[in-house]
Design a protein around this ligand. Structure first.
Ligand SMILES: Cc1cc2nc3c(=O)[nH]c(=O)nc-3n(C[C@H](O)[C@H](O)[C@H](O)COP(=O)(O)OP(=O)(O)OC[C@H]3O[C@@H](n4cnc5c(N)ncnc54)[C@H](O)[C@@H]3O)c2cc1C
Length: 456
């Protein structure tokens, strides 16, 4: 089977590159591969009753399949260069913003119409943060919500399926350099193409590393963010979330000078499990539909850890910590903030007396046995700092779920076209280590598609 372009991975990076290619050149023969299922078949088996925790499916429906890790994400498209990746270092800040805005336009014409665009510009809250040694990052954020995001993905799929060959449940095992072109090897078949876009996201991180090693593409990896997901009554943060939807707030700890940040805030949302390469960590999302809203808001508190040479395996470090929580709790652990401070584990009994009702069924335990002291100290300091701008954050019943780890894929060596040393082999999205978000991954897809269109 011979294609002009093969795209590996059907996350936002892959989807928006296919969209842009199809829109501008209907003659291109394009195929997309994903190890996960089509959108309608993606279903996490955890139902809260029969199955209450991760059963380690062969491919995780939260992370894999059409829509990638973005399918059941909260659909927060942050239009900013301040966070979400370093795409701007390759393509320039103006171009990066322009592409993120273009992706927003696509979303708005494919089912996202009527969703709200929040902005930190002119927010009073910035000043209040600064007065308390906290720093609010600049962004516009389009909140699609998990439900509207699903509609957008369905519409994009329906539009693409006429022009693109989709291969679901089809893991790409290997890429061979043919010079010219590439051979894409799956379990049962081989395909060739002139151009290959690799967009395998976080779930494809280990695979990506192996491929790069095999064909001699340089990689580097030295950062991981480790922390917890905080869950509080939605009222505590409503003055922030009503105005901004999500406040990305950064704090430098007094004790160690480490940076702690809030990440992925989900007003009236749910805390969920996430399975990356067999390790269960925690994440969160929320719905746009008001009937699906909960009484709680959740967000991650992450401490950034950058290592220096000779240590290279920052993701391995994060995984080892997450494994400890899996070992003690069989998955994610939950602990009340009051118990953390008193140095005691949370128990079923203590959880029952809590005023905050957890939205994820996690095992009550002791995060002090899991997280390194430096990270735990940073989280505690940040919770007290946030309590000054959102009183109630440091209440006894505030729930901390662990472990949340933000793995950074190793950064793959690509040039300003996001092309590797092999002509026509592009690596984009989270899988290339350059982006860490929906909007940046999508923008990288459009960018590469335009590069390819210029040559065809
Ligand atoms: C629960 C959750 C909530 C999130 N919320 C937000 C949010 O609100 N805002 C935000 O900006 N970001 C959010 N994110 C992160 C966001 O989803 C990612 O940054 C984004 O999806 C990255 O896009 P991508 O295309 O690079 O990779 P992915 O979306 O990870 O897609 C990669 C695809 O490649 C496939 N793949 C991997 N290896 C292979 C292989 N060898 N062969 C075939 N297929 C393969 C995978 O199955 C996957 O479908 C969230 C993530 C999760 C899990």
């Amino acid at each position: 089977m011979k294609y002009d372009v093969i795209i590996i991975g059907m996350g936002p990076g892959g989807i928006y590159s296919a969209y842009e290619l199809v829109r501008n050149n209907k003659k291109l023969k394009i195929a997309m591969f994903d190890e996960g299922h089509s959108l309608e078949k993606r279903k996490c088996p955890i139902d809260g009753e029969r199955i209450t925790s991760c059963i380690h499916c062969p491919t995780c429906s939260i992370m894999s399949g059409f829509g990638g890790a973005g399918a059941f994400s909260d659909g927060k498209y942050n239009i900013t260069n301040d966070f979400g990746g370093t795409l701007y270092q390759y393509i320039g800040k103006r171009k990066a913003l322009e592409l993120m805005e273009y992706v927003d336009e696509i979303n708005m014409t494919h089912g996202g119409e009527g969703t709200k665009l929040y902005s930190t510009a002119n927010s009073q809250f910035k000043k209040i943060c600064l007065q308390n040694d906290l720093h609010l990052l600049n962004a516009s954020v389009r909140h699609l919500g998990t439900d509207k995001n699903y509609v957008v993905l369905t519409n994009l799929y329906n539009e693409l399926k006429e022009k693109v060959d989709f291969y679901f449940d089809c893991k790409v095992e290997n890429i061979e350099i043919l010079n010219p072109g590439y051979k894409i090897i799956t379990k049962n078949q081989e395909y060739t193409c002139d151009t290959c876009i690799v967009s395998v996201g976080r779930s494809g991180s280990k695979w990506m590393e192996k491929i790069c090693e095999g064909i001699g593409i340089k990689t580097k990896s030295n950062r991981v963010d480790i922390g917890v997901r905080v869950e509080i009554p939605a009222e505590v943060f409503s003055h922030v979330t009503d105005e901004l939807y999500e406040g990305k707030i950064v704090y430098r700890t007094q004790k160690y000078g480490d940076f702690v940040r809030t990440f992925c805030m989900n007003p009236y949302g749910e805390v969920v499990n996430e399975n990356t390469n067999g390790i269960v960590t925690v994440n969160g999302h929320s719905y746009e539909d008001s009937s699906k809203k909960t009484n709680n808001t959740n967000f991650a508190l992450l401490v950034s850890k950058e290592f220096s040479e000779p240590f290279k395996d920052s993701n391995g470090y994060g995984e080892s910590i997450a494994r400890l929580s899996n070992m003690l709790g069989g998955g994610v652990l939950v602990q009340r903030f009051g118990d953390v401070i008193r140095g005691q584990r949370s128990t079923e009994e203590r959880m029952k007396s809590s005023f905050v009702v957890p939205t994820l069924n996690a095992t009550p335990g002791d995060l002090n046995l899991v997280l390194p002291k430096r990270i735990m100290d940073g989280i505690i300091e940040m919770i007290y700092a946030l309590d000054k701008i959102a009183p109630g954050t440091a209440n006894d019943d505030t729930l901390l779920y662990g472990v949340e780890v933000k793995f950074y894929n190793m950064e793959v060596q690509v040039d300003k076209h996001l092309e590797t040393k092999y002509k026509g082999l592009y690596i984009i999205g989270d899988g290339g280590g350059i982006t860490h978000s929906l909007s940046h991954a999508s923008a990288s897809g459009v960018y590469v598609a335009r590069e390819i269109l210029e040559k065809n």
